[in-house]
Ligand binder design. Sequence first.
Ligand SMILES: [Zn+2]
Length: 270
Amino acid sequence: MKKWIFFIFPLVIISFFAYEYIEFAEAPRTLLAVENDQVYRGELLLVSRDFSISEQGLPNDIVMLGDYKSMAPELWVPDTSIRISRNLLQNLGLMLKEAKKDRVDHFMINSAYRNLDTQAQLYKEMGSEYALPAGHSEHNLGLSVDIGSTDGSMDTAPEGRWLEQNAWKYGFILRYPKNKREVTGIQYEPWHFRFVGFPHSAIMHKENWVLEEYLAYLREHRQYKTTVQGIKYEITYYEMVEGLEVPVIPERPYYISGDNMSGVIVTVER
Ligand SMILES: [Zn+2]
């Protein structure tokens, strides 16, 4: 064997580990101060029978759907007075445009944002079996939408099937799946989609988690690392304390959301 091999071989090994080290080592971080009320703001808020929305969690980008219909031209709007978050509508529009490419385009919208008074009225009319009290519905957050199909019921229509398989790619999740009633406390709702943003929707889809399970995982394990569509994400949970500071990577995108319980989730793109 040639002598040079004894030099080259260790060099290759060292280079490999050096690359891995640089790739995965802690990139330089700066500390970011997080306000206490961040716990109650953001796209990962858990709102349920047990956790109600806080004043800080109320959306501030609600518009009349009739005025902004052009943002989701694929959507049939039976009631133009439906109110919706502009951000949600924009993401919904992007998703439905993709569905149309797959020739699935008979979508209709039944409900999006509801204010607390409307929710209270609904609860009074429908009762606790079919509605949630004011402040306990995701519709009060402005992050959920009830989508229907003009081709029949969502559990069998192509629109329902398509969304169940693809919504995660656009930041949405089927919030109350069939086999998760014990976890969510809500029966299967093939029409109710919740916006949680990317990459959270991708993680929940991959792990087959509903929001309750995802947040429980983060609280227990503190961190989840993943690579989605070539981008590395680091998702870290922090218990809220006075004067909380969280590390982020300078000049890299980051997102912060509360869990509406006791902490915040910091998502850093590597
Ligand atoms: Zn709903």
